[in-house]
Design a protein around this ligand. Structure first.
Ligand SMILES: *[C@@H]1O[C@H](CO)[C@@H](O)[C@H](O)[C@H]1NC(C)=O
Ligand SMILES: *[C@@H]1O[C@H](CO)[C@@H](O)[C@H](O)[C@H]1NC(C)=O
Ligand SMILES: *[C@@H]1O[C@H](CO)[C@@H](O)[C@H](O)[C@H]1NC(C)=O
Ligand SMILES: *[C@@H]1O[C@H](CO)[C@@H](O)[C@H](O)[C@H]1NC(C)=O
Ligand SMILES: *[C@@H]1O[C@H](CO)[C@@H](O)[C@H](O)[C@H]1NC(C)=O
Ligand SMILES: *[C@@H]1O[C@H](CO)[C@@H](O)[C@H](O)[C@H]1NC(C)=O
Ligand SMILES: *[C@@H]1O[C@H](CO)[C@@H](O)[C@H](O)[C@H]1NC(C)=O
Ligand SMILES: *[C@@H]1O[C@H](CO)[C@@H](O)[C@H](O)[C@H]1NC(C)=O
Ligand SMILES: *[C@@H]1O[C@H](CO)[C@@H](O)[C@H](O)[C@H]1NC(C)=O
Ligand SMILES: *[C@@H]1O[C@H](CO)[C@@H](O)[C@H](O)[C@H]1NC(C)=O
Length: 566
């Protein structure tokens, strides 16, 4: 409109010049203007241009291309019309947005939503989608889709199988509790297997199915696993991990000393167990803690992260995991923003050296986006804050490690089974201790009215030291109505060694990795003051003991290219 008026009114050469100058300036400021209008859009976390997104679906690497599908509403910023959105990438950083591949239009099997599912590359060359559809009666059934043209490098078009649905819930399963088929794996007998999330007699269950051709599936008498302590399991994932080293494995690969991970989504969190799997009998035996048996069970992420899905990246022989990071603001905010939902930054996942838990770390490709760097080595921090200047604090990758001495002075804690999230809430960043709180203050406004504190505390328990990690959103925003949860977890590490923290700061998401990735914590925040150039970054120590910053490296991050494919 502005341009039109300008052109209409131009009467001579000088006016044209003025118009051109204004246009050039307008272009230059466009992205800054977008940042002002949309302070919560992210720069390097995946999100579509607009609308609703939830679970990641069917991620894969195929013929040199990464594919990410996702639960997507093409028509609005709230859940509905659930389709499979589709994007492709060569590096897991920059993405081309394509047309949705599955839309809800079949009364007999998916008219009420093309829900979550997975991709299996059959025989190494033929990808197929297995997904859950909700039929006209809102019964959940399982369906298949195939790419229409395997010569298309982007697999833009998929066709639903004429025989859909290939599975309907059995008599012992409620029609609304039968969803999210996993990627298949092939056993020594040459048969494919999948698990599907369900609940039987009130117990969270991973139903097991097998097939010789990937199409005709038969339910096994016994589920792969179930838990009498949880309800419905969503989005089960089952995959091998090596015993030592970061290498990942294809679901069908039978390595030496291979352990297996079973992940189930419930209670808004991602829980996993590690165990042995006997390929011949399909028996999965948990080693260590089973689901909900004690409060020391493991979660992929102790913050806002759900319905994740992993895939094997054959190009780099690693397993990569994506998770949905939902919003902590209201539906009316989603309508105002025009969008809702992010994906976590893709993470490599492997079994820790202890063999007891997983380690996750942002994929290395993230380093492509790093620009300006600042670093600090061996700096003592008595108390208070140290500002990290000269980088874009609203869009940054920060790695810091701390070293502590005189640990015998640590606060005593009388139980090793206290709930870490509760402890973080009782002892938030404002509550001074001996060792801690110390860590990062991110997205802070000039006078700390707003701040998100990601920090540690060290305690001496009856038998060992405890390292607590917290992400405290209680002061993240002056807005009243947004979620301000505080998250917490204990890290399995010895505080005599360095305690490290890596935090990806991206406008409205703060994704943290403690102890080199033994615990992850993702938060969504909606600062009103600490947006864009107003945001500041600090290291802080609110404990009475002096700590030392061994190293700190922080980078400004470039924006990833996430654009529609021409
Ligand atoms: C679903 O799509 C239709 C248009 O096809 C639209 O009218 C409706 O509002 C959409 N529902 C939601 C919840 O977005
Ligand atoms: C929906 O329910 C009706 C009535 O029970 C039944 O006749 C119909 O076959 C069902 N439709 C589907 C797609 O299962
Ligand atoms: C399949 O994809 C290839 C590569 O994009 C293209 O050349 C070919 O025309 C496509 N075939 C059909 C039937 O669309
Ligand atoms: C995969 O190979 C098996 C046997 O090698 C065959 O029975 C099956 O039909 C093949 N599947 C596909 C999708 O080509
Ligand atoms: C599907 O597999 C089962 C078990 O292997 C078999 O009994 C049945 O005949 C197969 N159905 C079709 C249509 O191939
Ligand atoms: C398993 O170990 C044997 C003997 O060390 C080795 O030859 C083989 O390659 C290993 N297999 C895998 C899948 O690592
Ligand atoms: C510290 O940062 C500078 C750039 O500011 C970089 O050249 C240097 O390599 C960094 N040092 C370390 C140890 O990372
Ligand atoms: C932090 O904890 C203290 C002590 O429990 C409490 O008084 C204070 O209100 C908390 N701060 C916030 C921002 O919740
Ligand atoms: C440190 O503690 C003081 C006193 O409780 C509080 O005012 C301040 O906000 C705290 N710092 C941080 C980073 O929370
Ligand atoms: C902090 O800054 C904000 C905005 O810059 C201002 O409204 C507020 O009064 C300040 N608070 C204090 C305690 O200085």
């Amino acid at each position: 409109m502005w341009l039109g008026r300008c052109l209409r009114e131009m009467v001579g050469f000088w006016v044209v010049c003025v118009c051109l100058v204004l246009i050039v300036n307008g272009v230059k400021d466009a992205s800054e203007e977008d940042d002002q209008l949309q302070p919560y859009r992210t720069a390097f976390h995946f999100q579509p241009l607009k609308n609703w997104m939830n679970d990641p679906n069917g991620p894969m690497y195929f013929n040199g291309v990464y594919h990410l599908f996702y639960q997507y509403n093409p028509y609005g910023p709230l859940w509905g019309n659930i389709s499979w959105g589709h994007s492709i990438s060569y590096d897991l950083i920059n993405w081309f947005l394509l047309q949705p591949v599955l839309e809800p239009n079949q009364p007999n099997y998916d008219i009420n939503g093309c829900l979550s599912g997975s991709i299996t590359i059959l025989n190494g060359s033929k990808p197929i989608i297995l997904y859950t559809g909700q039929d006209l009666n809102k019964s959940q059934v399982q369906n298949i889709a195939f790419p229409t043209n395997l010569s298309d490098p982007f697999l833009r078009n998929w066709i639903k199988w004429s025989g859909n649905p290939f599975l309907t819930p059995g008599n012992d399963i409620k029609p609304t509790q039968f969803r999210d088929p996993s990627t298949a794996w092939m056993g020594v007998d040459g048969k494919w297997r999948i698990v599907i999330g369900s609940e039987i007699d009130g117990h969270g269950t991973a139903l097991l199915y097998s097939s010789t051709d990937g199409i005709n599936w038969t339910r096994s008498e016994k589920p792969l696993h179930f838990s009498s302590k949880t309800g419905m399991w969503e989005c089960p994932d089952f995959y091998p991990v090596g015993n030592g080293g970061k290498r990942g494995f294809d679901t069908s690969e039978q390595g030496n000393n291979t352990m297996y991970v079973l992940k189930a989504s419930y209670n808004n969190r991602e829980y996993y167990v590690i165990g042995n799997y006997d390929e011949k009998t399909d028996r999965f035996g948990v080693v260590g803690n089973d689901f909900m048996v004690s409060n020391t069970e493991f979660q992929y992420d102790y913050g806002r992260f759900y319905a994740s899905k992993s895939f094997y990246d054959n190009a780099k022989q690693r397993r990569v995991i994506w998770g949905w990071v939902n919003e902590g603001d209201s539906e009316s905010d989603a309508v105002k923003k025009g969008w809702s939902g992010l994906q976590s930054f893709p993470r490599s996942v492997w079994l820790s050296d202890t063999g007891k838990q997983l380690v996750q770390w942002p994929v290395d490709e993230i380093e492509k986006l790093r620009t300006k760097q600042v670093n600090i080595t061996n700096r003592e921090l008595k108390g208070g804050t140290l500002e990290i200047t000269r980088i874009t604090a609203s869009q940054a990758d920060v790695e810091v490690s701390f070293s502590l001495s005189n640990l015998n002075k640590a606060e005593l804690i009388d139980s090793e089974t206290v709930d870490p999230q509760l402890l973080c809430a009782q002892k938030n960043a404002s509550v001074s201790g001996i060792f801690g709180p110390f860590g990062l203050l991110v997205l802070a406004s000039n006078n700390f009215t707003e701040q998100t504190a990601v920090f540690f505390r060290v305690f001496k328990g009856p038998n060992k030291f405890l390292v607590l990690m917290c992400s405290d959103q209680s002061r993240s925003s002056i807005a009243e109505e947004v979620d301000k949860s505080i998250y917490g977890a204990f890290l399995d590490l010895d505080p005599h060694h360095k305690i490290s923290l890596r935090t990806l700061i991206d406008h409205s998401i703060v994704e943290s990795f403690g102890g080199e990735g033994v615990a992850c914590m993702t938060a969504r925040v909606y600062p009103k003051l600490a947006t864009n150039k107003e945001a500041k970054l600090y290291v802080f120590n609110n404990g009475t003991e002096t700590i030392s910053i061994s190293t700190l490296n922080a980078w400004s991050m470039n924006k990833a290219q996430i654009v529609p494919m021409a």
